[in-house]
Design a protein around this ligand. Structure first.
Ligand code: ATP
Ligand code: MG
Ligand code: MG
Ligand code: MG
Length: 478
């Protein structure tokens, strides 16, 4: 089954159970200041769960575009290191707004997995929130999952393991206990079952989370009961596709093949020659082009703050991986065509924005290629001394003068088992801000124009939505 068929099967299965198929919302949430990017299928229904908004349906199903590269759910650092994390992924979900609850949710999930997708039951493990006896009993007595494969997990207060069966979209908002379904990819892969100390491997992969939405957490930490118990589920399309295509890694599924090939071709032509087709860097590039393209589609351009800075960080991280393989000229924007071919049908907005995405990414890429070589030389020089921690001053200089976001620097360091002195970096940043403020005051006193932070004028970029407006771009440092 191709990913496109799996997406369709999911939506039609829930449609047959009375759910309305609702389109994905944009990756940039329209009116939710608590959220950097859409990180789950439930985001667009937040107000419905809270009881503020009524819809003509009480059951919905979606395939939602998600970004997890900042905020509460941030997987940027996982990409390139695990078989299962992306910065952009599609989340398949079914939702009940005060309609069905635990019994139906669990049974629907089991039915889809074992009868439609025909997964072997003995490869499926489930976790339940430690105090949720009801969910435990449904899995064990009604569905028939043996006790050996049901794991009770707490809310991770001790922070000991990764698992966390109390789901929250952010520090505030709808939340509740959850039950998760894992697939065992077999003993050839390293990793332990959920709840065990080595659960963070890629053997037992979490494919589906069913959240029993019951509370709204407010800023003061208080949990208020929702008007009606509800259901919110999320299954990673790429993860379930890997299972159904009998491959272990998300990067081996059909959706990624053309992208990985396009990444290799572009990087090779940009100077890498013949890069290793299995290199994690190609996976990072294939992942990041998806995130960057969908973010640009929704109107964000690279900048030094907020969403624009997240976009810049992902773009530059992708470029650096190409540079690592030997690319010396812009290559990243050349993947957009392959991406549109893969995903343009499911997400027509991508096709409509193709030209603009290429333009925005190319501009960013040309800019970063001006400084990346010198920055890498400095970083390589600092790491050649054999330090175990990169000092904050150097990390800051790379950020300020060479346009290296600190997580990019950390990514390079991590490849060589070195950490970054984040506190030192923060201090250097604070010091520069302080100086800038003083400089600003001085200029004001001298009757000159106030400039706030030092900016370098980098010319005009034609980057606006309609392609007509001209935007002046000022960049801190590089
Ligand atoms: P993990 O523990 O593997 O990081 P999660 O518990 O953070 O996943 P949820 O917030 O429960 O994930 O999201 C619901 C589902 O979305 C997951 O069960 C998984 O299938 C999918 N998913 C979550 N994060 C990612 C990601 N970064 N890339 C691809 N799929 C993801
Ligand atoms: Mg996670
Ligand atoms: Mg998890
Ligand atoms: Mg989860």
């Amino acid at each position: 089954m191709k990913a496109a068929e799996i997406r369709k099967t999911f939506l039609e299965f829930f449609q047959s159970k009375g759910h309305t198929i609702v389109a994905s919302s944009p990756v940039v949430p329209g009116d939710d200041p608590t959220l950097l990017f859409t990180n789950a299928g439930m985001n667009q229904f937040k107000d419905v769960f809270l009881g503020f908004e009524k819809r003509p349906y009480t059951r919905a199903t979606t395939s939602q575009k998600c970004i997890r590269a900042g905020g509460k759910h941030n997987d940027l650092d996982n990409v390139g290191y695990t078989a299962r994390h992306h910065t952009f992924f599609e989340m398949l979900g079914n939702f009940s707004f005060g309609d069905y609850f635990k019994h139906d949710a669990i049974q629907y999930a089991w039915e889809l997995l074992t009868t439609q997708f025909k997964l072997p039951k003995d490869k499926l493990w489930v976790t339940v929130y430690s105090e949720d006896d009801e969910a435990y009993e449904i899995w064990n007595k009604v569905v028939g999952v043996p006790a050996e494969r049901i794991v009770r997990i707490g809310d991770n207060k001790g922070g000991r393991y990764m698992s966390d069966n109390f789901w929250m979209m952010g520090d505030t908002g709808p939340c509740g206990p959850c039950t998760e379904i894992f697939y065992d990819h077999g003993p050839e892969v390293a990793g332990g079952p959920p709840g065990s100390p080595d659960e963070d491997g890629d053997r037992y992969i979490e494919v589906w989370n069913n959240v029993f939405m019951q509370f709204n957490r407010t800023e003061d930490g208080v949990m208020h009961k929702l008007p009606k118990p509800s259901v919110d589920t999320g299954m990673g399309l790429e993860r379930i596709t890997a299972v159904l295509q009998h491959v272990h890694s998300n990067y081996q599924i059909d959706l990624f093949q053309a992208l990985l090939a396009a990444a290799k071709k572009a990087v090779d032509e940009a100077g890498a020659g013949d890069s290793d087709a299995d290199s994690p860097s190609l996976k990072v590039i294939a992942d990041h082009i998806r995130a960057c393209s969908f973010i640009v589609t929704d109107g964000v351009i690279p900048s030094n703050e907020g969403r624009g800075y997240v976009l810049r960080r992902i773009t530059r991280r992708g470029i650096r991986h190409g540079y690592k393989l030997g690319a010396r000229t812009p290559f990243f924007h050349k993947l957009v065509g392959a991406l549109v071919e893969q995903m343009g049908e499911a997400y027509p907005e991508l096709r409509q924005s193709e030209k603009r995405i290429v333009e925005v990414l190319k501009t960013e890429e040309e800019r970063f290629f001006q400084t990346i070589a010198n920055g890498m030389e400095i970083l390589d020089g600092a790491l050649a001394t054999g330090v175990k921690q990169l000092d904050g001053e150097t990390a800051f200089k790379l950020h300020d003068t060479y346009g290296f976001p600190v997580d990019l620097t950390a990514d390079v360091c991590r490849e060589r088992d070195v950490t970054v002195d984040q506190a030192g970096f923060d201090a250097a940043m604070a010091e520069q801000r302080r100086k800038a403020r003083e400089g600003g005051k001085f200029k004001m006193a001298a009757g000159l124009e106030y400039s706030g932070v030092p900016t370098v004028f980098h010319g005009y970029d034609h980057l606006s939505q309609e392609g007509a407006k001209v935007t002046a771009v000022y960049v801190d440092g590089a």
